[in-house]
Write a protein that binds this ligand. Structure first.
Ligand code: FES
Length: 73
């Protein structure tokens, strides 16, 4: 789904950028350009970023983290 019509950015792209940016909305806006033209998508950019951040493995508790293959026990 396209989130930012001005820059043609979809929710998948935003989620990927949000994970890379650690949920930092400003960094996502800077790297994608979403929210930097007319601003009408800013709330949706924030919503996608916060949702992605909750799914980020670095934010998960130890019990929630997926087991890494080959990791020492
Ligand atoms: S729709 Fe995203 S900046 Fe205009």
């Amino acid at each position: 789904m396209i989130v930012c019509l001005c820059r043609g950015i979809n929710d998948r792209q935003l989620r990927q950028e949000a994970i890379l940016a650690g949920g930092d909305v400003s960094r996502v806006m800077q790297s994608t350009g979403a929210g930097t033209v007319c601003g009408s998508c800013c709330q949706e950019v924030q919503r996608v970023c916060s949702g992605s951040c909750a799914e980020c493995p670095s934010k998960a508790t130890e019990a929630e983290r997926p087991t890494q293959i080959g990791a020492a026990a």
